[in-house]
Ligand binder design. Structure first.
Ligand code: G4P
Length: 528
């Protein structure tokens, strides 16, 4: 096969950050953007976060949407690499989008608070990364505070996230006794000065820890540190690029983002070892990023915050070929050709009118509801990329329609919002209710407000006794029919007509899974 755009593909790094709220994602993002020259001022990203958290009412949601279009993709250059950082919304705006963004990245950075270890949201996001074997670099943050012992943290990650850890740096003490980090791969020591944020910290070559100089530099902690390293050398696995890229091993760094300590090392290692865009699976065949014809898929849709403009922005990841402004591509699902003259190439800085983009880059398409999550665009070949699924919702509400005359309208509008990925909609087998399902609760507020503002439907929603949903599949029609009869009270149909099992608790789900071993209960569902 002839290789096209090799240089452009090889220098691209498209990634997301996975973390539990407050572990330090915003702080790290900001430092990375500073190194990349994408922002000039510390505090710029933080200010956006503060604005998001001011209130959680609808106006704030509106504002936040406006802001997050520009923060959804942050592009910067570093050491000749083109880095695309895709925002994974957290806190209140945690949603299915957070999961779906991870289907569009080539690797991820995992931020862990050294005092807390693995937290629930980290676990959830890791589960999504595992679906695609996304390579992960781990950043253990806040070493300047008292935290858990480093070895403890590594075994926490290994046990709970089921991934082998390989430390590439090791901390010297923590909290008040935090002296710095020692790089295990290039044998360099970096000393930490509390209260000083430096962009360049001097690195001291210490090839042998028995060296007297090491003791002079770190004082009485030297012996303890030597022992720890000895222990580690016996126990830890050496870094293996293939294992990392296969996602069976995660390299670990110990740092303090807020002090800008260790961020540069992380970024340098990241651009070197993180994978460039790879093959992307489609129904008919895998598509290589080095192929000449353009192709891409949509992983996120965002409504315009300006109510006067009902258009939406579809975020498309380029998988092969080259985007050029004004090019024509096929929108396969609806069988139409569209012109990409108005596409936006996302950049962190306002560099207007980017005319070209390559695999790994993200472009934004304005549309009026003609684009759905998972849609594929290509120059000619009728491709359909896979791996951009719906994810099982974890929160549920029942819709209360204040004007019963509008039932038909409600159904139509909810279907559209479901196609856009804003919310999931279920119709129970045994009632006429509309059950909404979401990964984050803010999705309900957004849905209700959009129903009112964009569609003129006056509705509210109330709590419902459900916590679990799974899509149901079965190869054996007889078994399926028996299951449908027995579990009809738990069954519902989603907006695309797919059968779903809704339950009050994990316990109910486990019980039925044991009763019905031939029935598949799926946590994610591909778009068709
Ligand atoms: P998030 O996006 O993952 O939610 O976390 P964020 O970066 O906002 O960090 C959460 C809090 O942790 C912030 O404190 C931040 O300053 C602090 N933090 C981040 N990295 C470090 C670190 O390396 N060491 C220490 N000691 N703290 C760190 P905050 O009080 O919520 O905000 P702020 O007033 O400090 O801005």
């Amino acid at each position: 096969m002839t290789v096209y755009n090799q240089k452009e593909v090889d220098q691209r790094r498209t990634f997301g950050i996975i973390s539990h709220p407050d572990a330090g994602k915003t702080t790290l993002t900001e430092k990375l953007l500073l190194y990349g020259g994408a922002i000039q001022l510390a505090g710029a990203v933080k200010a956006r976060k503060a604005a998001r958290h001011a209130t959680s009412d609808w106006m704030a949601v509106e504002k936040e949407r406006g802001i997050s279009v520009t923060t959804s993709v942050m592009k910067f250059q570093y050491q000749g690499y083109e880095v695309n950082l895709l925002d994974t919304p957290g806190h209140q705006d945690f949603s299915e989008d957070t999961y779906r963004v991870l289907t569009a990245v080539d690797s991820a950075l995992m931020v862990i608070d050294s005092a807390k270890g693995v937290e629930p949201q980290t676990e959830k996001l890791m589960e999504i990364c595992r679906m695609r074997n996304t390579p992960i670099i781990t950043f253990i943050n806040k070493l300047d505070r008292d935290g858990r012992p480093p070895l403890d943290l590594l075994s926490d990650i290994e046990d709970r996230l089921q991934i082998e850890c390989t430390p590439l740096s090791w901390p010297l003490g923590a909290g008040k006794l935090f002296k710095g980090v020692y790089s295990l791969y290039d044998k360099k020591l970096k000393l930490f000065t509390p209260g000083q944020e430096k962009r360049h910290v001097e690195e001291i070559m210490i090839a042998d820890l028995a060296d007297e100089r090491f003791a002079q530099l770190v004082g009485e902690q030297a012996d303890e540190f030597r022992e720890e390293i000895e222990l580690l050398e016996g126990a830890a696995n050496p870094f293996d690029l293939d294992d990392y890229r296969r996602a069976s091993q995660t390299p670990v760094f110990f740092d303090s983002a807020v002090n800008n300590f260790g961020v540069k090392e992380l970024l340098e290692a990241f651009v070197k070892i993180a994978p460039p865009p790879g093959n992307r699976p489609a129904v008919s065949r895998p598509v290589s990023p080095y192929e000449a014809p353009f192709s891409g898929f949509v992983f996120k849709i965002q409504a315009n915050m300006d109510p006067a403009h009902r258009d939406r922005i579809a975020f498309m990841r380029i998988c092969s070929g080259k985007f050029t402004r004004g090019m024509k591509v096929l929108h396969h699902r609806i069988g139409k050709t569209i012109n990409l003259s108005k596409a936006t190439v996302f950049m962190a800085q306002d560099r207007a009118h980017v005319e070209e983009a390559f695999p790994g880059d993200i472009i934004g398409l304005h549309n009026h509801g003609t684009i759905k999550i998972g849609d594929t665009f290509s120059e000619k070949e009728p491709l359909k990329f896979t791996g951009v699924p719906n994810f099982a919702p974890e929160h549920f509400r029942r819709v209360i329609l204040n004007n019963p005359m509008k039932t038909k309208q409600l159904q139509k509008d909810l279907t559209q919002l479901a196609e856009e990925g804003a919310i999931q909609v279920f119709r129970p087998r045994t009632s006429n209710a509309y059950i909404l399902g979401a990964v984050g609760v803010l999705q309900f507020d957004i849905t209700m407000a959009r129903l009112q503002d964009e569609y003129g439907v006056d509705a509210g929603c109330e709590g419902v006794d459900l916590t679990v949903a799974r899509w149901v599949n079965c190869q054996d029609p007889k078994q399926l029919a028996a299951f449908e009869k027995a579990c009809t009270n738990n069954l519902a149909t989603d907006a695309q007509g797919h059968l779903a099992f809704l339950a009050r608790s994990e316990w109910n789900l486990d019980y039925e899974m044991k009763q019905w071993p031939d029935i598949e209960f799926e946590k994610s569902k591909e778009h068709h």
